[in-house]
Design a protein around this ligand. Sequence first.
Ligand SMILES: Cc1cc2nc3c(=O)[nH]c(=O)nc-3n(C[C@H](O)[C@H](O)[C@H](O)COP(=O)(O)OP(=O)(O)OC[C@H]3O[C@@H](n4cnc5c(N)ncnc54)[C@H](O)[C@@H]3O)c2cc1C
Ligand code: FES
Length: 280
Amino acid sequence: MSRITYKREIAPGIILMDVKAPSVAEKARAGQFIILMTDEMGERIPITITDRENGTVRMVFQVVGKTTAKLSAVEVGAELFSFVGPLGRPSEIDNYGSVVTVGGGTGIASVYPITRALKEAGNRVTSIIGAKTKDLLIFEEEMRKVSTELLVTTDDGSYGRKGLVTQVLDEILQRNKDVRKVWVVGPAPMMKATCDITRPHRVKTIVSLNSIMVDGTGMCGTCRVTVAGETKFTCIDGPEFDGHLVDWHEFLNRLNRYREQEQHAFEAYKREQGVRKRPR
Ligand SMILES: Cc1cc2nc3c(=O)[nH]c(=O)nc-3n(C[C@H](O)[C@H](O)[C@H](O)COP(=O)(O)OP(=O)(O)OC[C@H]3O[C@@H](n4cnc5c(N)ncnc54)[C@H](O)[C@@H]3O)c2cc1C
Ligand code: FES
């Protein structure tokens, strides 16, 4: 059992939660995730390990459906039914020289441990973070502390530069030919768009795929993706892959496959609980 020790809504519909899980915290490395269940009858959902300290795992999630809504309602002091990890392969951290990390939406909290590890390894890390609007921008101060340079965008121009993270990345790659590698974590269309920007510059780009998962052990096949023409499983071969080799058409199709059922489940849950639909 894993007890929730802290919970805070850091932006509308975005929750930061600490869970006491010493064995997970001890082994976790940048890029890894956990799969949790709120209760015995609940679904299993993957969430990135944002930080770990004193036997506690920190995660940041957005309320988008039934299980994230249920998780946001679990009180501090309560136990989660299961909390398994660390899962997935850690990020490949090395001293590459000059690198860029890009985070969009809640992906900012997921790119944070990768950025920190890259900086600790001696890289010059330029970070670009973006959100739809100022209210939804998270982890700005945390990212500033672990980046050599931090650039901020909002889609509506309410804070930082108006526009998308991809525009800023394109400008950086135009003027700095020394960038060796890019990491990007965020909504799938944003990760695909980032790969479209970096491809002509021939800069290797690592994406963290947010595939739908069930068992997290490579057995069920739910998280199957095609990378360089080969079948891979995000839970055991990923979640990070070379974004230039991902079959994005297949990936985006698979991500949307259960959208109707997911929406029905969320609507039914909200009717039961009176939970307000959160902005996405
Ligand atoms: C390795 C990994 C790490 C992840 N880390 C985080 C994290 O740190 N923070 C976080 O907020 N989320 C993270 N996710 C996504 C998270 O697992 C889903 O948002 C969650 O499973 C949704 O469950 P739900 O029952 O609330 O919503 P569902 O009912 O399953 O879905 C509701 C809606 O949310 C969207 N959705 C569902 N699953 C995903 C998904 N995998 N990716 C994107 N959109 C989805 C769809 O539009 C869907 O209609 C991660 C996913 C993976 C695979
Ligand atoms: S979640 Fe079942 S194979 Fe990856």
